[in-house]
Ligand binder design. Sequence first.
Ligand code: AMP
Ligand code: GLY
Length: 425
Amino acid sequence: MRVLVVGQGGREHAICWKLKQSPQVKEVYAAPGNAGMADVADCVPIGVADIIELADFAEKLKMDLTIVGPELPLTLGIVDEFQKRGLPIFGPTRLAAELEGSKVFSKEFMRKYDIPTPEATACGSVDEARDALKKSKYPAVVKIDGLAAGKGVVIVNSKKEADEYLTLVFEEKRFGNAANRILVEEYLTGEEVSFMVLTDGKKLVPLAPAKDYKKALDGEKGPNTGGMGSHSPAVVLNGETAAEVMRKIMIPTIQGMEAEGRPFSGVLYAGLMLTADGPKVLEYNCRFGDPETQVQMMRLDDDLAEVLLRVARGNLGDTKLTWKKEAAACVVVAVDGYPNDFPKGQEVIIDPIADPAVVIFHAGVIRKGDKLVNMAGRVANVCASAGTLSEALRKVYEAVPKVRFEGARYRRDIGYRALKQLAAK
Ligand code: AMP
Ligand code: GLY
C-alpha cells in the first residue's frame, strides 16, 4: 500500500510511525510533514489546506489511502474532493465535519437528538451575549462558533471579564467571521476525558480511551491549550462509563448524523466532562486527538492501515481493535508563552535515546539547513510505554531533558490524577 498522511504535528508523526510498522505499507508520504516525520515518511511540501494540490498529488501517485490529521482540511471539504475523484480517503465529509466546524450546529444537533451536553444559548451580537450572560451564573463559558485553533473557548469569572472578552470578539473582531456567532454556555465541573470511535457511518469501534491534560500549567492552571500531555488507559473511565458513553452519546450521534443526511465516517471524538449527572459532551472533534493519538498508537496492536482503509471503504464490519496491556504516556514539551505569544525559529536539539520503549514524536519542528527549529508552540512529544502507568511516566520524565531549546516548558504533573485514582483502587 501507498499511504498519504495530511498534517504536520505530533499526531501525524505517530500515525506515520505506526503505518511504517505495517507489513502491507510499502510507502508513506506526509504533506507537509515535519522533521521527525521525515524519518518515517517522504515529506512533500503541500499545505494542509491546499486541497486541490493534495488530490492532484494523490491521484498522480495512485495513493491507496489518504489519512487526514487536522480539522481544517476536513471542514474545507478535502474528503468530498477525493471522493469525487474516486480516491480512498479516511475522514468525514465537509457536512459531517460541521460537528467540529460549528459549535452552534453541534449544540443544536445534540439538543435535537437528546445527547447530554451543557445548557447554552447561541448569540449573534454583543447585546444577545450580554443578555444571555445576565441569565447565567459565573463562571460561564464563552465559545466561538467556528474554528479558532484551540483558542476559541474562554471561561469568564465575572461580568467584567465577560465584557472584556465580548469587546474582543464583537468589536475588535479578534476571531473574524469564525465568531459571527458564539455560545454562552453553562460551566460544568468534573473530570475531562477524551472518547473516540472509528466509524464508517454505521458501525462503531471504540478506541482505547485517553486522558488529555489541556491546561497550560501544573495543577490545571493557566489557559487552555491543544493538550500538554496524555496517557492511555484513561483510568478515570471504567467499562461501565464507557458503555454509557457509547449508548447515550456515540451511537445516537452517528445515527443522528445519518438522519440529518450528513453520514459521519472517520474518527468521531467526544470531549467529555464526567459530571455528577453522568457524562456530558463539551465538544466534538471530527478527527484524531493530539496528543491522545500518540499514546493510542503506542498501544494499538492492529494494522492501522488495514483498519482505516476499511473505514474509508465503508466496510468496517465486525472489526475489533486490540490494545496492548501496557500503559502509554506522553508529555508535551512546549515553548514558554504557548498558547499565547512565543518565539519561533529557535534551534531545537533532540538527543538520541537508547530505550526502545521511549519514542519522541516531533510536533512543530522543521529542518532548516542542518538544524532543527520550532515553528509552533508545541515542539515535541516525549512518549513511553511500560507495564504500568507510573513506570511509563517515569520513563517519559527521564527522557524529557533530551529535548533541548531555550524556553522549553512542560507540565510536571501529567498522570497525577490517574495515579491517585489507581492508588485509591
Ligand atoms: P472545547 O473546545 O469546547 O472542548 O473547550 C475547551 C476546553 O474548555 C475543554 O477541554 C474544557 O477544559 C473547557 N470547557 C469547555 N466547555 C466547558 C464547560 N461547559 N464547562 C467547563 N469547562 C469547559
Ligand atoms: N487534545 C485535544 C484535541 O486534539 O483537540
